[in-house]
Design a protein around this ligand. Structure first.
Ligand code: MF3
Ligand code: CO
Ligand code: CO
Length: 270
């Protein structure tokens, strides 16, 4: 586009019915993986144990765990405890009563990606932690509720930001939702803050994640020396939920709803 001063829009792929079917299956498997691991989130269990359970379940269903080897990431899932914002690396840390954690699963099934995460609590948590988790879940759902043709990504971001900030929490800026399809991360970039009416205008067939990270304290993050683990700079608690959604003619489809009906903790496991 020589001579054009106009900013070129991101090339956002549009997906048809066959793609939606593939994304539905991949999303459902990712969500079912979180359902499967739920009863194992107990004191004394290591995050590597949870990672192994998820990896075996994903592979057992003919899929692959997308994080493993992605830009050198060493494990099959991301598990982020307490003040870890995202991209925690599963390891030998044992869960303790009162821990809060996010487990983020991305499955590749028949080439299609399904990406979802939820918060878990180990044997119950403080009222302050429960309030942060509930608000983060409500913020994600409010963002998703705006998704329909003609709405904008600014609408999505504002819905999330306004709920978080009304509670005096902060929205992490360094990590965003993302387009997803036959690739893990592709356009568009989905900010979890924004201005109503601004940003990309949504069209049927667009597919992306909504995955707000909300901090109880300040929004700044630091990445640890392992190159992955992002923590709150002030040590405050952080929470995150993630769904993969597709824009439909009338609204949106959430591909990663829990088959077991688990939305936010506490989860019934019996
Ligand atoms: N699942 C994360 C997301 O929601 C990405 C993890 S990338 C990894 O986008 F390499 F850390 F696994
Ligand atoms: Co994601
Ligand atoms: Co994810």
């Amino acid at each position: 586009m020589t001579g054009s001063a106009r900013l070129r829009a991101e090339k956002v792929p549009l997906h048809g019915p066959e793609a939606f079917a593939g994304l539905r299956a991949a999303g459902r498997l990712a969500a079912a993986t979180l359902d499967m691991v739920t009863p194992y989130v107990l004191p004394g269990v290591t995050t590597a144990d949870l990672d192994r359970l998820c990896e075996a379940f994903i592979r057992g269903h003919g899929a692959l765990p997308a994080p493993l080897g992605y830009r050198g990431f060493p494990k099959a899932t991301c598990i982020s405890l307490n003040s870890v914002v995202c991209h925690g690396i599963p390891g030998d840390r044992r869960l303790e009563m009162g821990d809060t954690l996010n487990i983020d699963v991305t499955a590749i099934l028949d080439g299609w990606y399904g990406d979802t995460s939820r918060m878990f609590v180990v044997g119950g948590c403080s009222g302050a932690a429960a309030r942060l988790i509930d608000t983060t879940h409500a913020a994600m759902l409010a963002g998703i509720a705006t998704v329909r043709p003609g709405a904008t990504l600014g609408d999505v971001g504002w819905a999330i930001q306004s709920i978080a900030e009304a509670r005096r929490y902060s929205v992490v800026r360094e990590f965003c939702g993302h387009g997803i399809g036959r690739a893990f991360h592709q356009p568009p970039t989905v900010l979890h803050h924004g201005t109503p009416g601004r940003g990309l205008v949504l069209e049927p067939g667009m597919v992306f994640t909504v995955e707000p990270m909300i901090n109880a304290g300040r929004r700044e993050v630091t990445v640890l020396a392992d190159g992955w683990t992002a923590v709150t700079r002030d040590g405050s608690l952080s929470a995150q939920f993630e769904h993969t959604v597709g824009v439909t003619d009338l609204g949106c489809e959430v591909f990663t709803l829990s088959p077991a009906g688990h939305a936010k903790p506490p989860y019934r496991t019996d």
